[in-house]
Design a protein around this ligand. Structure first.
Ligand code: TLP
Length: 348
């Protein structure tokens, strides 16, 4: 069978040979007892890189977001999140089901919350109103197409939230894409938030896991939440080992994914009936709209799949393509020609 070009997500990346070798020989112990040396090394490295006191290795981005959120917000509290954010849109209502808080959704500008809107949404001290416990920022923003929250905006939101006694959590599932695209280091990003969740298992290519970084006090609470959710793993060093390698070896190469995404977007936007908001093409995600072709995203995704190109329907007429280490420039060119053929066949 011809090679499938899988652009559904960067979550599909497979561990490298080196990662597999490190997994096989990882030193391990029982991490619930705090005795897995490899997990401990990963958590220490993450805390150091992000300039925070402590870190927690969790099973997934979703678990990392939810344990962080539950560490700040509880039953009857309110959490501000962008209207299309992952924590609101894709985490099975975890904020209400786990933390017991309600979500206040605020539409952003291409996924970026406006500081003035956050200021307005923060609740007054009033018997009728919930307490605003937390503001969540998604950087980069998935459903907006991989957009970056400018650091100055983040800083402003942080100041507004803190002045009102609310914390800030950053869903940085793809924070390293923002790091590489802007040249602003993770420590600088993290200095404007209380906690960051970042994924090892997306563009960095590790098979499993995320980290949450923050103060020791918050991470201690998050550790209890992780246990409560069944995320206390035992000889997890076999998973931490490729994560350690990913953090030290896989960050810089994300620039290739960004160049491939831009190349893909430029080709797509030149096709008749295909729209791309080029302003959103900042990292490794490209969202195009095929409404003007008269076909649905599902129809397109089905037709692409028959020709070996996998993408995700992201709305009635929106399709998402995500570039990553397991697709090359020539794979992108193949995907483009499949898409071009498909668009041309619709015009006949
Ligand atoms: N996103 C996945 C899907 O869930 C949509 C993807 O394919 O992009 N935050 C952000 C911003 C994410 O994009 C994701 C995963 C997560 C958190 C959750 O990470 P996992 O999948 O590890 O739970």
């Amino acid at each position: 069978m011809a090679k499938r070009i899988d652009l559904r997500s960067d979550t599909v990346t497979k561990p490298t040979e080196e990662m597999r070798r490190l997994m096989a020989k990882a030193e391990v112990g029982d991490d619930v007892y705090g005795e897995d040396p490899t997990v401990n090394r990963l958590e220490e490295l993450a805390a150091h890189m992000f300039g925070k006191e402590a870190a927690l290795f969790v099973t997934s981005g979703t678990q990392g977001n939810q344990v962080a959120i539950a560490s700040f917000a509880g039953r009857g509290d309110e959490v501000i999140a962008e209207a299309e954010s992952h924590v609101f849109f894709y985490e099975a209502a975890g904020i209400s089901a786990i933390a017991g808080a309600q979500t206040r959704q605020i539409p952003g500008d291409r996924g970026v919350l406006r500081p003035a809107d956050v200021r307005q949404a923060i609740r007054n001290k009033d018997i009728h109103q919930p307490r605003t416990a937390l503001v969540c920022i998604e950087n980069t923003h998935n459903r907006a197409g991989g957009t970056i929250t400018p650091i100055a905006t983040l800083q402003e939101i942080h100041e507004i939230a803190h002045a009102a006694g609310a914390a800030v959590h950053m869903d940085g599932a793809r924070l390293f894409n923002a790091v590489v695209a802007t040249g602003i280091g993770e420590r600088e990003w993290a200095s404007h938030v209380d906690t960051v969740q970042f994924c090892l298992s997306k563009g960095l290519g590790a098979p499993v896991g995320s980290l949450v970084v923050g103060s020791r006090e918050v991470i201690d609470r998050a550790r209890v939440w992780r246990k409560r959710l069944g995320g206390g793993m035992r000889q997890a060093g076999v998973l931490a080992a490729p994560g350690l390698w990913a953090l030290t070896n896989m960050v810089e190469r994300l620039a290739d994914d960004h160049a491939n995404a831009r190349h893909l977007a430029e080709q797509l936007v030149a096709m008749s009936g295909v729209r791309v908001d080029m302003e959103t093409v900042q990292t490794n995600i490209v969202i195009c709209d095929v409404e003007d072709t008269g076909r649905t995203a599902d129809e397109f995704v089905g037709a692409l799949r028959r020709d070996g190109v996998l993408a995700s329907a992201f709305g009635p007429t929106q399709i998402r393509f995500v570039t990553h280490k397991d697709v090359s420039r020539s794979d992108i060119d193949t995907a483009v020609s499949v898409m071009a053929k498909l668009v041309a066949s619709l015009r006949r």
